[in-house]
Design a protein around this ligand. Structure first.
Ligand code: PXP
Length: 237
């Protein structure tokens, strides 16, 4: 199973002091040496963590795959089309949120999503859609031409009782199966940690996990190479 490591929070620490360090570009290289299969960054409209310079440098330095998370704002789409990451992941983006709160509502934003997915397709860049594990959203993702989806694991990660956690895990399982039957490639992520990842790893239809906060939090204490290595060990099938 593949691991995409999101290094946004390295930039969050840097931006806390508007300083030059720590550099997410260096963190990305070290995450790769720890076994990351791809590097994920989110260029937000408000540039609260990742900066344009980080994206441009990582385009040159990342040796695995660069997956750019982004909203569908015209400015960001134009930058992405110019820099050409290996993949983009479309997420909903609200200015005040602490992190991406829910999945993209593909049905509600169908017209714009089709336009953006087709724009990237034309440049040979696959666009993944970050959506909740709801059959209607998964079917809509297929209809707008996406070939990859990322299932939002936040509800599973935030479940407070064993019964709720199991119910959310079932939704992920069923969603992943439904998507695989539609010939979509399935990734998952958000809120995954060293303590809740193994149940998600057991879902065979999910081929990739994208994890940020938990790995960077651990990296502060043990180093990013070891933090990534330990997560990969948990994900071995
Ligand atoms: N996948 C997507 C689409 C995200 O927006 C995020 C958060 O940036 C993640 C995965 C990683 O979430 P976390 O930081 O909670 O591991």
């Amino acid at each position: 199973m593949k691991l995409g490591v999101n290094v946004d929070h390295v930039a969050t620490i840097r931006q806390a002091r508007l300083a030059a360090e720590p550099d997410p570009v260096i963190a990305a290289a070290q995450a790769e040496s720890g076994g990351a299969d791809s590097i994920v960054i989110h260029l937000r409209e408000d540039r609260r963590h990742i900066q344009d310079r980080d994206l441009r440098l990582m385009r040159q330095t990342v040796r695995t795959r660069l997956n750019l998370e982004m909203g569908t704002a015209r400015e960001i789409v134009a930058i992405a089309l110019e820099v050409r990451p290996d993949q983009v992941t479309l997420v909903p983006e609200r200015r005040k949120e602490l992190t991406t709160e829910g999945g993209l509502d593909v049905m509600a934003h169908r017209e714009r999503v089709v336009e953006v997915v087709e724009g990237f397709d034309a440049k040979g860049i696959p666009a993944s859609l970050f959506i909740d594990p709801i059959p209607e959203q998964i079917a809509a993702a297929r209809q707008v031409g996406a070939k990859i989806i990322e299932l939002h694991t936040g509800a599973y990660a935030n479940a407070t009782t064993p019964a709720a956690r199991l119910a959310e895990l079932k939704k992920l399982e069923q969603g992943a199966r439904f998507a695989a039957n539609l010939k979509l490639m399935v990734a998952a992520g958000h809120g995954l940690t060293y303590f809740n990842v193994t149940e998600v790893v057991a879902i065979r239809e999910i081929g990739e996990l994208n994890i940020g906060h938990s790995i960077i939090a651990r990296a502060v204490l043990v180093g990013i190479d070891r933090a990534v290595r330990e997560m990969k060990q948990l994900m071995a099938r």
